[in-house]
Design a protein around this ligand. Structure first.
Ligand code: ZN
Ligand code: ZN
Length: 537
């Protein structure tokens, strides 16, 4: 994690960190890696005394080219139009398709403590005329631009091709137009029926001013123009953009040769892979950024992206696995190590920086945060499923002292996360199901010692019925001690009898939450006796 601090130590002067996104639909959780990296770079720069501005742009004049979210009757009309001019498919909650999807995504990273100093929307920028000088330069140097595409990307544009896309004044599409002439004041455009396969132009052609929002630069030129317009010094880019001859190479060459400015420093970053299994939508769960953010709290989500270096891919497969509980456990391990406590297993160097940058508040007292008591996620997930358990007092008992306000906040956040996880990604085995109907078949694995223990426990609670989890816990232990059975095997006997598995939450609170008559009957049934042990010959 030292990479951000190393970067901050390497640059000088005021810094402008930028990223932008085309809001073409629901945004995948992996797309959060960019904003998280951007935020960490900004924090590291500021911590090193660099005056830093964080920008986030929305490339919403890009053409609509994904029809998945359009109704059949809208496809012909909307495909190829600027995303900013396509209506919100979710109704009228936003002024456009672009605003809708960008806003949903921005809300998610805002919740991760990522607060750019300025958001810019290209549909707002072009009409101001701020892009006009870049449009003029690009058109004047059209031959050079075509040459750069040939050299850098092996893309052969026709000799008449000019780097500009006009918004067709007749059909409103931008993905279907080509500019073939430039006279210094106006361009000649054609809206072609067959320019692209995914949208159909209307056939209009004519001369039009390229300025003031009538047209936009193609993506590679627009990107390079943004760098000049905003004075961008650092812009991390996903691996897909950073390949040889890819978008970043093209824009770098355009920045140098066309706009005559050194491109910003790149921090290429790898993808987040969602594992082998496809994210199902059966329970309304998916890989959308906003969906995962409803389950994984902000600090653990930041941690997911920050634990590996940017150039390492992230494997994350939450569907039906323990990936989410493991993420919490890892986070807690980094917290413990940062607090100077001994941790099990290896821990990556730079763990202190990883923990620090995972915190929501850049001004947080890192040592105090690291020292907080954090109950294990899996334990909370089980505890919360037992009826009648006061989770907070159980956690305080585990800690051995009262929880601070901040620790109570963490417990509340984790309980909410555990509930959301159980409703969405959790594997079936994490859902605590007391087998009320019949003795689980798994209880056949009980040995004689465990059976006599269960019988003895049934006797003990018949004589002196315990009330509450603590009392139950005490009698479970004392009966185990009397039977010379290890507590581990005693608990396993109870879990097998009630849950059909060998592990579970603290058994005292489980049993205290159930009907006493049912508990007694089940203990005896599992023990293989139906009457008190004392009453049999
Ligand atoms: Zn909306
Ligand atoms: Zn047209």
């Amino acid at each position: 994690m030292d990479w951000a601090d190393e970067l901050a130590a390497r640059v000088s002067g005021p810094q402008v960190v930028n990223d932008s996104k085309t809001p073409s639909g629901t945004i995948h959780v992996g797309s959060l890696r960019g904003p998280v990296i951007l935020d960490v770079i900004t924090r590291a720069l500021r911590a090193n005394g660099h005056e830093t501005t964080l920008l986030y742009g929305v490339d919403d004049l890009d053409p609509m080219d994904a029809q998945a979210l359009l109704t059949p009757d809208a496809i012909d009309r909307e495909m190829g139009r600027p995303l900013a001019h396509v209506p919100d498919p979710a109704g009228d909650c936003h002024e456009s398709y672009a605003r809708h999807f960008a806003s949903v995504f921005i809300d998610v990273f805002d919740g991760l403590g990522i607060h750019p100093d300025r958001y810019y929307w290209m549909s707002d920028i072009y009409p101001t005329g701020a892009m006009d000088p870049f449009i003029r330069t690009a058109l004047d140097k059209a031959a050079l631009v075509r040459d750069i595409y040939r050299r850098v990307a092996n893309v052969q544009h026709p000799d008449a091709w000019h780097p500009l896309a006009v918004v067709c004044p007749n059909c409103g599409k931008i993905g279907t137009t080509i500019v073939t002439q430039w006279n210094g004041e106006e361009v000649f455009f054609e809206c072609r029926a067959d320019l692209v396969t995914w949208a159909r132009g209307c056939g209009t052609s004519g001369w039009i001013s390229p300025f003031g929002g009538n047209a936009k630069l193609p993506w590679n030129l627009e990107w390079a123009a943004q760098w000049s317009l905003f004075g961008v010094t650092i812009e991390p880019g996903g691996k897909d953009l950073s390949t040889a001859g890819g978008s970043r190479d093209r824009s770098d060459a355009i920045a140098r040769e066309v706009f005559e400015r050194e491109p910003p420093l790149n921090v290429p970053y790898e993808f987040l892979n969602l594992g082998g299994k496809k994210m199902s939508s059966s329970k309304g769960v998916g890989a959308a950024a906003h969906t995962i953010a409803e389950v994984v709290p902000p600090e653990q989500l930041r941690f997911l992206f920050l634990r590996p270096r940017p150039n390492q891919a992230i494997e994350f497969d939450p569907e039906g696995t323990d990936a989410v509980p493991r993420l919490f456990d890892e986070f807690d391990k980094f917290a413990a190590a940062t607090a100077g406590r001994e941790v099990k297993g290896e821990i990556a160097p730079g763990y202190e920086a990883t923990f620090r940058y995972s915190l929501l508040d850049p001004e947080a007292d890192v040592a105090a945060e690291a020292a907080l008591f954090r109950p294990a996620f899996s334990h909370l997930a089980l505890l919360d499923q037992i009826p009648g358990v006061d989770v907070e007092s159980r956690v305080a008992a585990e800690k051995g002292s009262a929880l601070s306000a901040r620790e109570r906040q963490i417990v509340d956040e984790r309980v909410a996360a555990a509930r959301a996880w159980l409703e969405t990604y959790a594997p079936e085995r994490s859902r605590l199901a007391v087998r009320h109907d019949a003795l689980p078949v798994e209880a056949e694995a009980l040995d004689d010692a465990q059976r006599s223990y269960l019988a003895a426990l049934a006797d003990a609670v018949a004589i002196d019925p315990p009330s509450g989890g603590d009392a139950w816990q005490a009698v479970i232990y004392s009966a185990a001690e009397a039977a010379a059975l290890s507590s581990g095997r005693a608990f396993a006997a109870l879990y097998l009898s009630f849950l059909g598995r060998t592990n579970g939450p603290r058994a005292g609170w489980l049993l205290a939450g159930l009907d006493p008559a049912f508990v007694s009957a089940r203990l005896r049934e599992a023990a293989g006796t139906t009457t008190p042990v004392g009453g049999t010959p």
